[in-house]
Design a protein around this ligand. Sequence first.
Ligand code: HEM
Length: 457
Amino acid sequence: MAPGALPLVGHAWSLLRDPLGFAGALPAHGDLVQVRLGPVRAYVPCHPDLLVRVLRQGRVFDKGGPFYDRARSVLGNGVGTCRDAEHRRQRRLLQPAFDAAHLERYSEVMARQFTALADRWRHDQVIDAYPALYEAALRTVLDTLFSTRADTGAVERVHRSVETILDHLFRRMFLPPSLLRLPTPANRRFDRALADLRHGVAALIADHRRTDRDRGDLLSTMLATRRHADGGRAGGGLSDAEIADQVLTMLVAGAEPVASTLAWALWLLAEHPATADQVARESREVLGSRPPRGADVPDLVRTGQVVCETLRLYPPGWLFTRVTSAPVELAGRTLPAGATVLFMAPVLHRRADLYPRPQRFDPDRWEPARAAALPHGAFSPFGGGARQCIGNAYAMTETVLALAIITGRWRVRRAPGTDARPAAMATNLRPRRLLLHLTERPGPARAGSAAPGEAST
Ligand code: HEM
């Protein structure tokens, strides 16, 4: 058992107060460490081999435990929350919308969204980075997966609802279900946010249905399985309720982690201006002045290394749970059926034997020969096995393109008022408040941009 458990709350307090410090300290106590989250005892794999086993043996280490049990009751039974027995069918139906051909099309939207964002900023302006990045990431999800262009008010409403849901979801892990049904202001806020979002999802699906044509997006892919199956689940397709759950899942899973990764990357580049200059140079060499696209990503080598190093230091999805479906041996111990196992990527990402001087931002770690020497499981920002993030390639394309677009254009510096500690009790690791001062980099003038010194807030 890890030291420092408090009466009643166990390790929950340390975990919530300083998630990265807590995670980084765990491997010192063994390869499989027991922790207590309120009343729940849980096992944390701290060795890459153990994590790989947990992620690959999805039948035994099934989605469940405090996080996924609560997530299922809120988000429904979509591909991210369903049990192993259900998963293969759902994933098979969704996967085509994430193939290379779709991704190349989506990448045009990604480039458009983040170019528009970089165009809106002005020389000498201070921006609140996370909400701006979130808006662009959410618009990207809406436009690519659901062919929907929402107005600013709608985007803000979805943002508020998703943030409320995700943050409450996290707190709810540590509370007994009886407390969640009490009519407290927090529970009412949560119920309202969920009802709003479900309502928005229903409207989005209804709108899509009205046109009844293939728009080349995820929703078309799902609706097609529904029609072919003539009745949904019986024929192996997705039922109406499942389609709504998948849409909700993508809205909740698809924007926050991208915005978090970009916010942390900009924060790190603000602290490491020499690396930022390398990314800017590369952006100009590879992208020039034409619109960026997915095929550029392999050439944006330095940008990719910065994104990987950001995901190592600040993996947005930092704590997920599993439950054992049968007794199983792990690290010489027999875990009973029903045991909770935690998947915490930062535990591995901050091991000094895998990453020398692990606290240090060092994108050179991702030079191909060094990266290839890492054992499986050492770098797991997207999970692994059958439940690996379905949006892995989507997210890498989006973050690399967005970072190249923004950094090619803007030099960023930390502005007063920034608090770059991870937000407390958040499902996704994101900075509390990231205020960045922008300076336009010298280069070819772009349509719609102000000349340096022309405008400020
Ligand atoms: C940097 C961005 C992202 C990160 C770091 C990330 C991380 C993850 C992780 C760690 C998991 C596995 C959770 C577990 O094993 O318990 C996951 C699953 C998932 N992610 Fe992502 N994600 C990102 C972006 C996205 C995007 C853009 C989408 C959708 C467009 C998405 C949709 C999903 C879905 C649907 C699952 C569940 C997959 C399954 O169980 O089959 N994610 N993500």
